[in-house]
Design a protein around this ligand. Structure first.
Ligand code: AHR
Length: 325
């Protein structure tokens, strides 16, 4: 396997010896000897974003000649931990995963480290203070995403003194994007007392939950001016609830979401969503490059930030024909 080969790569002769020795070892990683084997523990298939992210990773692995062992944790941390342990047992060359929640990873990450298997975090961070437990983290700055949503809102209501009642659909409880998007948004709108978050609840990043929770908000709250949804899917579910309640999404209730997947962008172009903060799921190619470097023992940056933008209705209309996800 690659990991052992790279350790031997210091000297030419030693490398040849190591390659030969690895030739008959079919147990490690379960792949052919010259191929890097990556174990990827995905969060689930909760949103359009996640589906696009999975596709990006699978396609990029193929293009990079990396053998991918893929698992879907169905949004459950215990499933992800099981998958990581199984990758350790299979002695893959590198493990990558997008942690469902931020906390509770130290034990399994230590197990990977003790087994000499490098770990790459993608999309979501862990809150472990020991950063030696993983090689790098590639993904968005979710706090900035929340701030961008808040900045749009401030501009939208600039010069209008009336109270703005906001309801918030949070992502999965304990997940980095839920924690950080909430924090970034609260920080920005918190400078103006007219903005009031009157209800905030998790919709678990899914369309079905977004609809269910928005329905409850509409029943409980006599006046809702704005919905801030931590992803497009929850926003799209909420739109269904708003329409079912006889209100016009984007007009009676302004909506700001995060992601910019095709369905969200279409709703923005149609005027049902008012603004979207982009979060790119196309992490596959960069992840494979990082994996190759990490397996080869090269030093990589501890944090690789994804570049993103924001969309108004006009920008969504212009971007939609070429939108990849
Ligand atoms: O971690 C990224 C978030 O997870 C996306 O914004 C959301 O759609 C997904 O479920």
């Amino acid at each position: 396997m690659f990991r052992r080969i790279s350790a031997a790569a210091m000297g030419g002769l030693l490398l040849v010896a190591s390659l030969t020795a690895c030739g008959g070892d079919s147990g490690a990683g379960g792949g052919s000897d010259d191929k890097i084997v990556m174990g990827f523990a995905q969060v689930g298939a909760e949103s359009g974003w996640r589906t696009a992210n999975t596709k990006s990773i699978q396609e990029a692995a193929k293009a990079a000649g990396i053998e991918l062992k893929f698992s879907d944790a169905q949004q459950k941390q215990e499933n992800q931990i099981k998958a990581i342990r199984s990758y350790i047992t299979q002695r893959v060359d590198v493990i990558a995963f997008s942690p469902v929640v931020e906390s509770g990873w130290d034990t399994v990450l230590k197990e990977a480290k003790d087994a000499g298997i490098p770990v790459i975090l993608t999309d979501r961070a862990v809150d472990s203070p020991d950063t030696s437990l993983y090689k790098t983290f590639i993904g968005s700055d979710f706090i900035i995403e929340g701030e961008r949503a808040g900045e749009w809102l401030k501009k939208e209501y600039e010069g209008k003194p009336e109270t703005v009642n906001i309801v918030e659909l949070q992502g999965t409880t304990g997940a980095a994007p839920a924690n950080d998007r909430k924090e970034g948004f609260a920080k920005v709108i918190g400078t103006e007392p007219k903005f009031k978050v009157i209800a905030s609840q998790t919709g678990d990043f899914t369309r079905a939950k977004g609809k269910e929770v928005m329905d409850a908000f509409l029943k409980a709250q006599p006046k809702i001016d704005v919905l801030y949804a931590h992803n497009d899917d929850m926003g799209l579910g909420a739109i269904e609830a708003i329409e079912a309640a006889g209100k016009k999404p984007g007009v009676d209730i302004k909506i700001v979401t995060v992601d910019a997947v095709k369905d969200g962008m279409q709703a923005l172009a149609d005027g049902k969503i008012n603004y979207i903060v982009e979060c790119s799921p196309l992490l596959g190619p960069q992840l494979m490059d990082l994996a190759k470097k990490v397996v080869a023992g090269e030093t990589v940056e501890q944090r690789v930030l994804t570049e993103e933008t924001t969309f108004t209705q006009e920008q969504a209309k212009a971007a939609l024909p070429n939108r990849q996800y």
